[in-house]
Design a protein around this ligand. Structure first.
Ligand SMILES: *Cc1c(COP(=O)(O)O)cnc(C)c1O
Length: 248
């Protein structure tokens, strides 16, 4: 971020990855003295590292109102915004209306092989196209990818409730396994984060699972992330839980 955009990210810790204006306000600087001036507030929903948590729409609206009053803009990292919208029972348009720009992924939950979109006002997108060129240019012959992206955008959101139900099913199964620490009530979208106790490590567990065809990621020394998606059904989750039980 510093090298390419000339900005200094300032990370604000928050429970479950949800920033409120109270938390942000303490970190806003006008550039006097030793701090770089604040120019942008960035939110992330659903929040990946916090385990797929969702911003309440009223919090996004409140942060945006305060941010705009302070004279800068709000960008939403909405890589998984369709998961948030489905879980809230609202449209993506409705929950993103207060912010100035949004990015979202056509891959991940929406299932396209590749692709992300940046959305914002026309003049902002014009500038973004120049930035994209600076970062390595656009793509010629991108139509085949765009076709897959259109299917992802138009067909996939209706399948996301199933991914969320599957994630809850997975979380409830995991919570019953020995050596696994997890609060199943925190699983609200398609991400399941859990800790393993000191008898193993996240990396050792993920390696053992991979050897038996179950793919997940170590997100910390003791923390594992599992994600449900289009290619994972109930019986696959049951199989994963059985394999996990035998490894543990
Ligand atoms: C994947 C992801 C991105 C970036 O998506 P790209 O398609 O790699 O540009 C940004 N933010 C979050 C939270 C992500 O999970």
């Amino acid at each position: 971020m510093s090298a390419i955009a000339g900005v200094m990210p300032h990370i604000v810790p928050s429970p479950d990855g949800i920033l409120t204006w109270d938390r942000i306000a303490a970190h806003v600087h006008d550039g006097g003295g030793y701090h770089s001036p604040t120019g942008l507030i960035e939110l992330e929903s659903t929040h990946n590292l916090a385990g797929g948590t969702i911003y309440p729409p009223e919090v996004i609206a409140d942060v945006a109102a305060h941010t705009h009053a302070a004279g800068f803009k709000v960008h939403l990292d909405g890589a998984r915004i369709f998961n948030a919208a489905v879980a809230l029972g609202k449209s993506v348009a409705e929950i993103t209306r207060p912010v100035d720009s949004v990015m979202f992924c056509l891959s991940k939950g929406l299932g396209a092989p590749v692709g992300s979109m940046l959305v914002g006002p026309r003049d902002f997108i014009a500038k973004a196209r120049i930035r994209r060129k600076i970062l390595g240019g656009g793509m010629r012959q991108a139509g085949v990818l765009a076709a897959a992206g259109l299917v992802a955008l138009e067909e996939s959101p209706k399948g996301l409730p199933r991914d969320h139900e599957n994630a809850r099913f997975l979380a409830e199964g995991l919570a019953q396994l020995p050596g696994i620490l997890l609060d199943a009530a925190k699983v609200v979208t398609n991400i399941v984060m859990f800790d393993v106790d000191r008898r193993t490590t996240a990396t050792a567990l993920c390696d053992a699972l991979r050897a038996r065809g179950v793919l997940c990621s170590a997100f910390g020394p003791q923390t594992v992330r599992m994600v449900t998606h289009y290619d994972v059904d109930r019986s696959a989750i049951q199989r994963a839980l059985e394999i996990l039980r035998s490894i543990l």
